[in-house]
Design a protein around this ligand. Sequence first.
Ligand code: COA
Length: 532
Amino acid sequence: MLSSGFENDSSGSKSNNPDFQVLLEDFYARYQRVMAGGSEKALALHRSRGKLTARERIDTLLDKDSPFLELSALAAMGQYHDQFPSAGVVTGIGKVHGRYVVIVANDATVKGGTYIRETIRKHIRAQEIAIDNHLPAIYLVDSGGIFLPEQSRVFPDRDDFGRIFSNQARMSAMKIPQIAVVMGSCTAGGAYIPAMSDESIIVKNQGTIFIGGPPLVKAATGEEVTDEVLGGGEVHARISGVVDHLADDDVHALKICRDIVATFPQADRQITDRIESRQPLYSAEELHNYAVIQTNLPVDHFSIIERLVDAGEFHPFKAEYAKTIITGFARIDGYKVGIIANNGVVFGETARKAAHFIQLCNYRKIPMVFLQNITGFIVGKKYEHEGIARDGAKWIHAVATSTVPIISIVTGGSYGAGNYAMAGRAYDPRFLFMWPNARIGVMGGDQAARVLTQIKQAKAKNSDDKHGKSEEEIFNEIKARYDYESSAIYSTSRIWDDGIIDPASTRKILSIVLDITTNKKWEEHRPGVYRM
Ligand code: COA
């Protein structure tokens, strides 16, 4: 049994790359911090009520030998005065009775399990993963609904709180099984989580479900009623019929949940080409040595690939042509994959080679792994005249219309339109993970600072708006802000990715997610119009 994310697996791992070691240790320190959940006081109160924590519930639910791939563990970090570890919800994928399920577990020790923007994003992202891969979804509910001070940022818009329930209806129509286990509060809109699930379970004298709690009822109608009488376990199991099973405690509820999963039909899986796995030639920890801190520098993706793939065997495609992109086939834990990795700035031929390779993978039904370290497309008159925008469009088109799964790993920088071409979040990779040194932004800190400093200086010269700051001061200020806002921590805090991972865990995580993507048949490839 593995209690939490894969990131934890290599917590003892050391790097010979001192700058990266600092980042790695910082990542693990943050990771350990959020694993504890809310405050000690909140935890003590939670336990005094006979409840398991969110992560203990997941451990109890999963098969004893199941991994648990936790997603976005560092969500909300550095925001809200760090009062929302993991954004108050644990999401991830693990196995119940040998089949993968998506789990969304509220952490009631974090502000009563209430939802801020990042909690919603995590919940909806977990549902997206369930939809993309046709995975059953299990909601372990213990939440006070919306975190009221944030209501204007989490309630009214399309992908706000309401999206969770509309997704539930759509998922049900797609025949994706959903189970809710009500293990605490389940208030207001949250009441729809069990009500819209295929089957629901409630823990006696502990779980409650109501559209409006006792204080609201009193204010609205004058009626005085307790939690239990309004919407406790006995009420919903015996009177309202909103739940289907009444459990004695958390462990019993999770046992019932496992029994329900055993009744699900088998998945209609994609047949893929997988053979017996062979180990890479070098230890996974060696990947630390290839994590560059200055993400405007090249990353040695040949060496990284060698350390990720079975027996270090890589069959390149167009090895002699357009060398700033590496394309080729390999196996990862026995799964056949197409790998696309950056090896410098993008020229027209780079884009054409990548688009060609992506088409091959789609026609051959081979999933793709993108290793991103890209500063963007080449600029200048010569390249514009040659039609770099047309070639870039081909690549972006190929990525956007791909129907085989894409897994993106940001090993270095992911900047500008390069992010699109290399399957950034807007291009729906099935999963996207960042190494701790990774950066993501419209451009690098140095470049942005240079551009903005020039604009500010020109403006100051032509107006009375003399800010009195030297060029160097302006440059440093802008650079510091861009560097901060493009860091992996900043990204993962806002759920722009599925989590930061230790490079040493990359192969293991790829193996799991490649397996997950076969849970559903892949669609036929139907590209649109390529500009030639
Ligand atoms: N909005 C903002 N903060 C909330 C909240 C909400 N909806 N619900 C709980 N909190 C905060 C509490 O203020 C408290 O904050 P603190 O740790 O800074 O003191 C923390 O969450 C824990 O709440 P508390 O009531 O002390 O814990 P509890 O475990 O006894 O009860 C709830 C948890 C969720 C059952 C209870 O707080 C509750 O009923 N909240 C209101 C739920 C509601 O009406 N939601 C409607 C919104 S859609």
